[in-house]
Design a protein around this ligand. Structure first.
Ligand code: SF4
Length: 149
């Protein structure tokens, strides 16, 4: 009998994009990017496959050039830091729901005051850091909504 693994049908996601999702407020690199991100975030239960290359959000980004981010060196560092800080939570071969991924970065990065350490050099960092200071994020993406909504 042939031992063939089925192709994983899940969308892909770079680890650091969980942080982007938690602070997303309808702004982005282009309208197509914003629309894609909005649609993507509408289903927090969707299963995701972790990748450190271009993902489902990059697909609609103008910085994606032939499947490679123009800022790959920078965003790759964001991914590596996210992976390191979340311990064993994120594995390329273990699909995870969007809400669990976001909860993981919430607990290991945001709650620990490490947002600037992970992605402080991002052009969006002032927006995200300002929102975090005000407790303004997307709680519907978490496993348990800390606002109780
Ligand atoms: S900037 Fe780079 S990592 Fe971020 S969404 Fe665009 S292509 Fe992806």
């Amino acid at each position: 009998m042939e031992d063939s693994k089925p192709t994983i049908p899940f969308a892909t996601m770079r680890p650091h994009h969980a942080l982007c999702a938690l602070f997303f407020e309808g702004k982005g690199y282009s309208q197509v990017f914003v629309d894609n991100m909005t649609a993507f975030m509408a289903d927090p239960s969707q299963m995701l496959q972790i990748t450190t290359g271009c993902d489902a959000l990059c697909q609609a980004c103008p910085n994606n050039v032939n499947g490679q981010c123009k800022d790959e060196a920078k965003v790759s560092l964001f991914d590596q830091r996210t992976l390191k800080l979340t311990g064993t939570l994120l594995q390329a071969d273990q699909p995870i729901p969007l809400y669990a991924l976001c909860q993981g970065v919430f607990d290991a990065i945001l709650q620990q005051g490490l947002l600037a350490e992970v992605c402080g050099k991002c052009e969006w960092a002032p927006l995200c850091q300002g929102k975090w200071q005000q407790g303004d994020f997307n709680p519907q993406l978490l496993q348990s909504d800390p606002t109780g909504d």
